[in-house]
Ligand binder design. Structure first.
Ligand code: GUN
Length: 287
């Protein structure tokens, strides 16, 4: 392997440690940070994510309120809990773990969260703020990718680079494109209907793969010397976690690459914790 490995685990730890310090400073001023985490149903992956989010709160020194609701919870019940949390002055952030059970309307749930407590950055108000360049919460995974690039490659200048994002989801692809635009990259968003994916990707100085399919980005998609960020978390045929990028072959030609696991994954939680801190500053210090 010749590429520089961008260590998401180490960078996320660094961010959490910075927040731990800042949380202590808030405590000295009598301010506590509180995140409410809501899980509906018993999807095993969601249970792991929620547990990790609560653990991160504990590590940094935030309070976490946990709501674990049965699969057959009604929309009414969930919206009632959100309403109560919206109105609690001690609660800074509200997170509803996705996906929700099929009988629930995810959009309606996201819209019910007060935008200033929407630490996931999913509310249309926060997405709109990102589009026009206003202050607001940014979706955690794409925000984490920006931190990986800045902290993992401190001498690398994103400005002016060709960036190809593969994937156009509301959670990753779309906000990622706006964040890279904010960093002055030239941005292309490719997706499942892109007809000449290899050629499009080959133009990129920076490829961000957020497809959700194991190994779709091969060495034939990558210009030698490109920076490759792998957002995918998939189970390979061998049952092991793997990304959207064929790591073994791409790491031979890339300038830098993120591993899976240990790349983008840990950054999502670190950025969530950062959004909670920002929420508390704005609610409790008016900053
Ligand atoms: N499901 C997958 N990723 C996320 C995330 O970032 N936040 C929430 N709430 N649910 C998710």
């Amino acid at each position: 392997m010749s590429a520089t490995l961008i260590d998401g685990k180490a960078i996320s730890q660094q961010i959490k440690d910075e927040l731990k310090e800042k949380c202590l400073e808030l405590k000295d001023k009598g301010i506590e940070v509180t995140l409410a985490v809501i899980l509906v149903g018993s999807d095993p992956a969601s249970q792991v994510y929620v547990r990790n989010k609560k653990r991160a709160c504990e590590y940094i020194g935030y309070n976490s309120l946990s709501y674990e609701l049965p699969e057959d919870t009604t929309m009414e019940k969930l919206l009632g809990i959100i309403d109560e949390l919206n109105n609690r002055s001690d609660v800074d952030g509200i997170l509803v773990q996705m996906p929700l059970p099929k009988h629930m309307d995810e959009k309606k749930v996201i819209n019910a969260i007060r935008p200033d407590k929407d630490v996931d950055g999913f509310h249309p108000m926060n997405v709109g703020a990102l589009v026009v360049g206003d202050k607001g919460f940014v979706s955690c995974t794409p925000a984490g990718v920006i931190q990986l690039l800045k902290r993992g490659l401190p001498d690398y200048d994103i400005s002016g680079k060709e960036c190809v994002i593969v994937g156009r989801s509301n959670i990753v692809g779309k906000p990622m494109s706006l964040l890279m635009l904010r960093e002055n990259a030239t941005v292309t968003v490719a997706h499942s209907r892109t007809s000449n994916l290899k050629e499009v990707c080959k133009r990129a100085d920076i490829i961000i793969a957020a497809v959700g399919k194991a190994g779709v980005i091969t060495k034939d998609h990558v210009k030698p010397g490109a920076v490759v960020i792998d957002v995918g978390i998939n189970r390979g045929d061998d049952g092991k976690l793997c990304g959207d990028v064929k790591f073994d072959e791409v790491s031979e030609i890339a300038h830098a690459i993120t591993p899976v696991p240990g790349g983008v994954g840990p950054m999502t939680i670190a950025m969530l914790m950062n959004n909670c801190y920002e929420a508390a500053l704005s609610h409790k210090l008016g900053e």
